[in-house]
Design a protein around this ligand. Structure first.
Ligand code: BGC
Length: 407
């Protein structure tokens, strides 16, 4: 019910976002919101903690400097920041989080085992950014909170972007790990970190094993490595490279660019996969522009699309299976007698948003698993920018800790 202006910093991939939202209070929704998106220079993703957080804070400073009058904090109040940090952390309160490991291509070693809120606060102090930063959440949790703010039927959230993860609302009795005080509502949010899910039943191929072995986090995030946006294009590249090496798929020699890891990105793969033109012109253009392969035949282009289709469909079906598992866990996978509850899943992330075939395959698989009767009561909702807004809302709900005189 808090009203006022709140900032959020959303760090979870190669780009980070800074937002400010104006809340009307009393569940009245958002009066206004503004954001900016900044990409992180690749060297900072594998550098030191001070460099990374210093760079981020400098960008927040710039964004605050552009603040219009209607976003100024009330007299006597500090600006307040919610921090969405979308990596696995050990969290015992909303005000802190110890980084367990980096994912998604980050490898800033000196942050592992450290409290990321402390790191961010230290950078803010160094750079002279005077904001109250006491709330840290994962993007799935932010998306769940943001979704539930406007729709009480939201029971889970899923991120399908650079990385992947899901969170859901669980009865506290069902969480044996939790030994702290019990919330009045009897419910808690569980961040599953499903990206790190592993089982021998996953349909891994030699391409997946090689990708994992050559990654900066071998043995970790296996589910993520076969589902999420960071990796799908790279899997396709590996398959095409093999075709070139063993079947002279692109002619006598292997196109040199095809050997460069991560050169083919998932958005490129998506463009090729969706090419509906009779001569598959978009596939031809991508092969030329990204991989320097010219004069590809129609037959070759068709095979490229088939590879994209296989890789995307596998990822989408596995993501749907994960979501089905959550719905089953909370008993939303069956038809109830009496009034059937609606279950809404808040989804976000570039893969879900932009890769239509992936999204369609995920939705179809979920229907297939649930059956048509139950499916009618399950709604997948696009939670646009849910994680940032959710962080701002969580900042708002804890804002009593942030009076200007607190320091
Ligand atoms: C991280 C999660 C995050 C997900 C989606 C994964 O790599 O481990 O914490 O929620 O990406 O951003």
């Amino acid at each position: 019910n808090e009203k006022g202006v709140f900032y959020a910093l959303d760090l979870g991939g190669t780009n980070f976002r800074i937002l400010r939202v104006h809340l009307k209070g009393e569940g009245g929704g958002l009066a206004a919101q503004e954001f900016t998106e900044v990409s992180i220079p690749p060297n900072l993703m594998v550098g030191t903690s001070d460099e990374l957080f210093g760079y981020i804070v400098e960008e927040v400073l710039k964004f605050v400097a552009q603040e219009g009058e209607d976003f100024h904090p009330a007299v006597g109040r500090k600006r307040e920041l919610g921090f969405t940090f979308s990596f696995p952390v050990m969290q015992t309160s909303i005000a802190s989080g110890t980084l367990i490991r980096w994912t998604k291509g980050f490898n800033v070693e000196d942050t592992v085992g450290q409290d990321v809120v402390v790191k961010l606060n230290a950078a803010m102090e160094r750079k002279g950014l005077d904001m109250c930063n006491q709330r840290q959440v994962n993007d799935t949790v932010g998306t769940l909170a943001g979704g539930r703010y406007t729709n009480k039927d939201v029971v889970a959230s899923v991120i399908l972007g650079t990385g992947t993860n899901a969170a859901y609302v669980e009865c506290v009795q069902a969480i044996p790990k939790w030994h702290g005080p019990l919330p009045k509502s009897g419910e808690m949010v569980v961040n599953t970190e499903w990206g790190n899910f592993q089982t021998s039943h996953l349909p891994l191929t030699e391409y997946d094993h090689a990708l994992d072995a050559e990654s900066i986090n071998p043995g970790e995030q296996i589910f993520e490595k076969i589902i999420s946006g960071m990796y799908l294009g790279e899997i396709v590249r590996r398959v095409l490279c093999r075709l070139a090496e063993e079947a002279s798929f692109f002619g006598g020699s292997v196109p040199p660019k095809l050997k460069v890891p991560f050169i083919l990105q998932t958005p490129d793969m998506s463009v090729m996969h969706h090419d509906m033109s009779p001569d598959l012109k978009l596939v031809g253009n991508k092969l030329k522009d990204v991989l320097d392969i010219s004069n590809s035949s129609l037959k070759v282009r068709k095979v490229v699309i088939e590879v994209c289709n296989i890789v995307a469909t596998r990822g989408a079906r596995l993501a749907a299976a994960g979501l089905f598992g959550i719905l089953k866990k909370i008993g939303r996978d069956t038809v109830k007698t009496g009034e059937q509850q609606r279950s809404v899943i808040a989804m976000d992330g570039g893969l879900f948003e932009h890769y239509t075939e992936f999204r369609k395959s995920l939705e179809n698989t979920l229907c297939e698993l649930l059956g048509s009767e139950v499916s009618e009561h399950i709604v997948i909702e696009h939670a646009n920018d849910g994680s940032g807004i959710g962080a701002a809302l969580l900042a708002a709900s804890h804002s009593k800790y942030c009076q200007a005189d607190e320091s």
